[in-house]
Design a protein around this ligand. Structure first.
Ligand code: DC
Length: 225
């Protein structure tokens, strides 16, 4: 396998994109880029700086001027903004909702998409998000649209958050937050979450991470041969 592919994984929150992308990157010895973390970083900084989420101008400027780094090994990636490690802080439900709001701002998307293209254009990358196969790398070698029922997704997120020690009210509350976020991500004007025409659709509701990874590796090897 010497050709370094660009693998794009898109889909709604909680479908398993990060776990799948991470595992795939480890097996292929590729870079793993979680673009959601970049939108979360901008949202975190806006909240930290007291900028209202509807101040599109200031938030656009913040996205252009902040230095966002995704560093470290595949299994222990860290997220830094202007040198500050915010890996843990950006997983809170408050930042999740705020990230969904700031990601609808076109100036934010322009700034982050340009950086994502720079990060991945050499290939050898598994990049996950909402618009990777449609906007960031429309010519990606492999595009996956990873979906799951909102029930399966809320259970997963609930378990993940509980394991991380994040207080979550209930699964029902988690489900309504996820559905609210999905609706916003799918209905925004700029680069809404949608399946690229040439993406492989995988419903992970009844599948393990490993089973999803095996399916994608199948697509990778047919691309190589
Ligand atoms: O994947 P995530 O849950 O960490 O993403 C956080 C928010 O960022 C999500 O609500 C939608 C947005 N996002 C986006 O608009 N485009 C991406 N490529 C990645 C995330």
């Amino acid at each position: 396998m010497n050709r370094k592919l660009i693998i794009a994984i898109d889909g709604p929150a909680g479908a398993g994109k990060s776990s799948v992308a991470r595992k795939l990157a480890r097996q292929l010895d590729y870079l793993f880029i979680n673009t959601g973390a970049m939108y979360r970083a901008v949202a975190w900084k806006a909240q930290q700086s007291g900028i209202p989420l509807d101040d599109v101008e200031q938030i656009g400027r913040l996205a252009r001027e902040s230095r966002i780094e995704l560093t470290g090994p595949v299994d222990a990636t860290r997220v830094l903004i202007d040198g500050e490690d915010i890996t843990e802080s950006i997983t809170s439900p408050r930042v999740s909702q705020a990230a969904s709001v700031v990601s609808a701002i076109p100036a934010v998307r322009r700034a982050l998409v340009a950086r994502q293209q720079q990060m991945g254009n050499q290939g050898g990358v598994v990049m996950e998000g909402r618009d990777i196969g449609t906007m960031v790398f429309p010519d990606a070698d492999i595009k996956i649209y990873l979906d799951a029922s909102s029930e399966a997704r809320s259970h997963r997120r609930f378990d993940e958050d509980t394991a991380r020690g994040i207080a979550v009210a209930s699964i029902e509350r988690m489900r309504s937050e996820i559905e609210e976020r999905d609706l916003r991500d799918k209905s925004r004007d700029d680069s809404p979450l949608m399946q690229a025409e040439d993406a492989i659709y995988i419903d992970s509701s009844g599948l393990s991470i490993e089973e999803v990874v095996v399916r994608i590796l199948g697509a990778v090897s047919s691309k190589m041969n």
